[in-house]
Ligand binder design. Structure first.
Ligand SMILES: Cc1cc2nc3c(=O)[nH]c(=O)nc-3n(C[C@H](O)[C@H](O)[C@H](O)COP(=O)(O)O)c2cc1C
Length: 347
C-alpha cells in the first residue's frame, strides 16, 4: 500500500514496530481523554471558506524565530526514536530537512545531538529536559549551541512522568542496545530519568537558562493565558501550546482549545506554536487561524520514520504540505498573511 495520508502511515507503522514500543509511541496517560480530545476538538471547529478570491500559486513559506522554513509545519521533539528505525533521530533530521522544515531534537534522543546535527539537512532546535545536576544540563545546552541548534525549547509540562498505564503493564523500558545518548551517565542512572525527572524546572529556571545560552528560548507545554503572561515576563521568544500529546495530565484541555486564550494574552509579543493531534492540512489551517505561527507534528514523524526512514518522514511532511495548500486554496487563501480568526467558527 502506498500511503496517501497520515492515517495510512499510522497503519503501516504499526505493522513494523514492536508492540511494546508501539504502545509507548501511541499511548497517552490514564484514560487517554486528552489524547482523544486533541483529535476530536478539531471536529468542533468549522471553516468559513471565502470564494472567488484572486490567486494562483499558494505561498506557504514563513520564518520561525527568524529561521526560514518552506511551510508552517515542524517536527515535535520525541524521545527514543531508535525504537522506530536504526538511524533514529538522525533519519528524522535528514527527512525533515529534505522537506525544508525544522526538527526539534529531544534531549532524550537515542543518537547524540552532534550526530543529529551532522545528519541534518535543515535547521534544528534543541528541546531540554533538566538533569539532576544543573551543570550537566548547562553543558548539554552549550553543546547544542556549539553544534548549530538555533533555539532551546524548555519542556515545562513534565515535573514528573504522566501515568502511562500501557507502559506500566508492558514494563516498558529502553531496550538494552539503546542509550540516552546525550547524557554522560551510566545506563542504570539514565533509566532513572524515565521514572522521576531529577530536577523540576520553575519559572526561575528560565533566568538560569538565559545565563547559559544566548539562543532564543521557547517554553513547551503552556495551556493557559496566565502561564503565557508569566512566560512573556521571563522574556521567552516563543510559546508552544501543548499537552504533550495527551501523555501527561489526563483531562488537560485539548491544545487547540487552549490556543485562543493564549493568542489573546500574548497579543503578538512572542511567537506561538501548537502541537497535539495535527493529522490533516485542515487541522494546520485551523491552528493558524487561531493564532499559531506554525504547528508541530509528533507521532506522525515516528510513523514516517518507522515506515521508510528519512524518506518516510519527508513524504509524511509532503502529504501535509499538499493538504494544507489545498485547504488554503479551497478556503480562499493564497498566502499565510490573509489567514485570521474569521476563517473559523466553533460549535
Ligand atoms: C513517543 C513520544 C515521545 C515524546 N517525547 C518527548 C520529549 O522527549 N520531549 C518533549 O518535549 N515532548 C515529547 N513528546 C511530546 C511531543 O513533543 C508532542 O508534544 C506531541 O507528540 C504532539 O502530539 P501528536 O503526537 O498528537 O502530534 C513525545 C511524544 C511522543 C508521542
Amino acid at each position: 500500500m502506498e500511503p496517501i495520508n497520515l492515517n495510512d502511515y499510522e497503519a503501516l507503522a504499526q505493522a513494523r514496530v514492536e508492540p511494546i514500543a508501539w504502545d509507548y509511541i501511541q499511548g497517552g496517560s490514564d484514560d487517554e481523554v486528552t489524547l482523544r480530545a486533541n483529535r476530536t476538538t478539531f471536529e468542533r471547529i468549522w471553516l468559513r471558506p471565502r470564494m472567488l478570491v484572486n490567486g494562483s500559486t499558494c505561498d506557504m513559506s514563513t520564518t520561525v524565530l527568524g529561521t526560514p522554513v518552506s511551510m508552517p509545519i515542524l517536527v515535535a521533539p520525541m524521545a527514543y526514536q531508535c525504537l522506530a528505525h536504526p538511524e533514529g533521530e538522525c533519519a528524522t533530521a535528514h527527512g525533515t530537512g529534505m522537506a525544508n522544515s525544522l526538527m526539534i531534537a529531544s534531549a532524550f534522543s537515542t543518537r547524540t545531538l552532534e550526530d543529529i546535527a551532522a545528519s541534518a539537512s535543515g535547521s534544528l532546535w534543541f528541546q531540554l529536559y533538566l538533569y539532576r545536576n544543573l551543570e550537566v544540563s548547562g553543558e548539554v545546552v552549550r553543546r547544542a549551541e556549539a553544534a548549530g541548534y538555533r533555539a532551546i525549547v524548555l519542556t515545562v509540562d513534565l515535573p514528573r512522568l504522566g501515568n502511562r498505564e500501557k507502559d506500566t503493564r508492558n514494563n516498558f523500558s529502553l531496550p538494552s542496545h539503546m542509550n540516552l545518548a546525550n547524557f554522560p551517565v551510566e545506563k542504570a542512572e539514565a533509566e532513572e530519568l524515565k521514572i522521576a525527572l531529577p530536577f523540576t524546572p520553575t519559572w526561575e529556571t528560565l533566568d538560569w537558562l538565559k545565563t547559559v545560552t544566548s539562543l532564543p528560548i521557547l517554553v513547551k507545554g503552556i495551556l493557559t493565558a496566565e502561564d503565557a503572561r508569566l512566560a512573556l515576563e521571563r522574556g521567552v521568544a516563543g510559546i508552544i501550546v501543548s499537552n504533550h500529546g495527551g501523555r501527561q495530565l489526563d483531562s488537560a484541555i485539548a491544545s487547540i482549545e487552549a490556543l485562543p486564550e493564549i493568542t489573546e494574552a500574548v497579543a503578538g509579543r512572542c511567537e506561538i506554536y501548537l502541537d497535539g493531534g495535527i493529522r490533516r492540512g485542515t487541522d494546520v489551517l485551523k491552528a493558524l487561524a487561531l493564532g499559531a505561527r506554525a504547528v508541530l507534528v509528533g507521532r506522525p514523524a515516528f510513523w514516517g520514520l518507522a515506515v521508510n526512514g528519512a524518506q518516510g518522514v519527508q513524504h509524511m511532511l509532503e502529504i501535509l504540505r499538499t493538504e494544507l495548500e489545498l485547504a488554503m486554496v479551497l478556503s480562499g487563501h493564497y498566502s499565510l498573511e490573509t489567514i485570521d480568526r474569521s476563517l473559523v467558527k466553533w460549535v
